[in-house]
Design a protein around this ligand. Structure first.
Ligand code: PAF
Length: 292
């Protein structure tokens, strides 16, 4: 396994592999890897000959006052995990490498980036799309894998790839959960013992919505109220949003037609966690959340 720091070396590696007709799979991450990331790596490996993972905590997607400085980092541990997963390259650039002082260009996916998390994190998705576009140009992969856990990010990246004609296949991989249902996230590390216990309510609340849909309840207002009530039972929780939207447009859904996304963001103490489930449209099956 190689660790590549420079953009020039990363490009040269990809170019050499492409010349030999190798399919390059790519998993962009901010490091502090957990089982969720490892599932993305395994998914990439299924679809490619060689796997590149990037580790870069991207300042452009954190607003002032957010957790950029505290964001957990442990490169040595990440490196070991990548080696165990037979990753071929870790692209591990420095901030100075990725953002020159005179950096002035941003990629913005309009409308989609203002919804859901975009309401409280107004510059977050422009940071994500900008870094992902840069990484795509540097790594030049054939496929890239993102997690369904960041559902809005997944929709936005797919839109960006289509709109900007990136010749990259995007694969979205299912959410990986802890035994009590909490979606795996590097930010779970911020939770104290009490908050960690209470955070399992997110999955329970989404399951309660699933039960309502299975009982054929199509009142989105009632279902949102139900989710909210379940979460509010946990005293450490503070809801940022609970929304039910069309899974593609993130706009108003048409219950029973296309897939719907139930997405939420909730604070436990100072830690903001997100989670979601997809309610399948007509004739489709509920996802089990287990890797295919
Ligand atoms: O999902 C993440 O970890 C980040 O948003 C990403 C895609 C690596 C961009 O920094």
């Amino acid at each position: 396994m190689k660790v590549i720091n420079s953009i020039k070396d990363m490009r040269a590696w990809s170019k050499a592999q492409r010349r030999q007709d190798k399919i390059i799979g790519f998993v962009p991450t901010m490091g502090f890897l957990h089982e969720g990331h490892l599932s993305l790596i395994r998914k990439a490996k299924e679809h490619s000959d060689l796997t590149v993972i990037s580790i870069f905590v991207n300042p452009a997607q954190f607003a002032p006052g957010e957790d950029l400085d505290q964001y957990p980092r442990d490169f040595e541990r990440d490196e070991k995990l990548c080696a165990q997963e037979d990753v071929n390259v870790i692209f591990y650039p420095s901030n100075d490498n990725m953002y020159l002082d005179k950096h002035k260009t941003y990629v913005i996916t309009e409308e989609l980036s203002k919804k859901l998390c975009g309401k409280s994190r107004s510059t977050h998705f422009r940071g994500v799309t900008t870094i992902v576009a840069k990484l795509f140009n540097i790594v030049n992969p054939h496929i890239a894998v993102f997690g369904q856990k960041d559902a809005q990010q997944a929709v936005i990246i797919q839109r960006m790839v289509t709109d900007l004609n990136f010749d990259i296949q995007i694969i979205i991989s299912p959410i990986i959960r802890e035994a009590d249902g909490l979606a795996m996230s590097s930010r779970n590390k911020y939770l104290n013992e009490n908050e960690r216990k209470q955070a399992a309510v997110l999955y329970r609340s989404l399951q309660s919505a699933k039960t309502e849909f299975e009982k054929d309840n199509r009142s989105l207002l009632e279902i949102k109220d139900k989710i909210t009530a379940v979460i509010k039972n946990e005293p450490a929780s503070r809801i940022d949003y609970v929304e039910i939207v069309d899974a593609q447009t993130l706009g108003s859904p048409d219950p029973g037609e296309g897939d719907m996304l139930i997405a939420l963001a909730v604070f436990f103490g100072k830690t903001r966690l997100i989670d979601n489930i997809i309610v399948p449209g007509k004739g489709e099956e509920w996802s089990t959340g287990v890797l295919e």
